[in-house]
Write a protein that binds this ligand. Structure first.
Ligand code: GLP
Length: 238
């Protein structure tokens, strides 16, 4: 696991962009595993800016997102489908047919998406305050494939900021790539910023590998880059 600590969120986003850009430069038909949440917004801005200024093309790129809320229409302003279109896809030359965000609420929907996610060159991840990746909450088996999950109170609490600060408006379930699905990616790029992530980051990097901290499994992946800002790295001892 390679860990890079940046001074600011802006630096973190630029460093993450470099990693992403290298993959696309080496393989114009790259398969990108993408994530939502606040953490990747700066990276997506860098990708859009670079596309506009330098013409980096995504016309042969395919994307597979990690997760989506259950029970929200795709066009709901808070759906991850909307998030991806607003923050990235509308700003680059990707073919909408090559973008994939899971959708549905049954085991069959999850299995169908899992079968689609193949050959991911780089999987981008954020991390939840409780160490979740995607929507794989603590206790999720490490070998789980894409599945329907019940969100924990802490995750719904953390995400209520997108739902008028009202937890009752936050969906109770999501469809998420499993940890096994995530671990199939050729390489992984995890980004985290802010003091609120410091405990989860420490458990991920320095703690034991345990299903109680889903992100700790990344210690077992051969090619992981973790990019942090100072606050997220503040509890690391080494
Ligand atoms: N499902 C998402 C995760 O994919 C994301 O990594 C995490 C952190 O989000 P943020 O980057 O907004 O802190 O929480 C959400 O619940």
């Amino acid at each position: 696991m390679e860990v890079l600590i940046c001074d600011t969120y802006d630096d973190l986003s630029k460093a993450a962009f470099k990693v992403m850009k290298k993959v696309i430069d080496e393989k114009p038909a790259a398969v990108l595993g993408l994530a939502t949440g606040s953490s990747p917004v700066g990276l997506y801005q860098e990708m859009v800016k670079d596309h506009k200024e330098n013409g980096t093309s995504y016309k042969d790129v395919k994307t597979y997102n990690l997760d989506e809320y259950v029970g929200l229409d795709r066009n709901d302003p808070q759906s991850y489908w909307t998030f991806m279109n607003e923050n990235l896809f509308s700003g680059i030359d990707i073919d909408p047919a090559n973008t994939h965000v899971p959708y549905g609420d049954t085991a069959e929907d999850a299995k169908a998406y899992d079968d689609e996610v193949k050959g991911v060159d780089i999987q981008l991840l954020g991390i939840g305050n409780n160490g979740h990746i995607g929507f794989n909450e603590p206790g999720t088996p490490f070998d789980a494939r894409t599945h329907i999950v019940e969100l924990t109170e802490s995750t719904r609490e953390a995400n209520k900021r997108f739902f008028d600060n009202d937890i009752t408006k936050v969906p109770t379930h999501a469809i998420s790539q499993g940890i096994g699905t995530v671990m199939d990616a050729d390489s992984i790029l995890l980004i985290a910023n802010g003091a609120g992530k410091a405990d989860a980051v420490k458990a991920m990097i320095e703690g034991e590998v345990t299903e109680e901290c889903p992100a700790s499994i990344l210690q077992k992946h051969p090619k992981v880059t973790v990019i942090l800002d100072k606050e997220a790295a503040s509890k690391l001892t080494k």
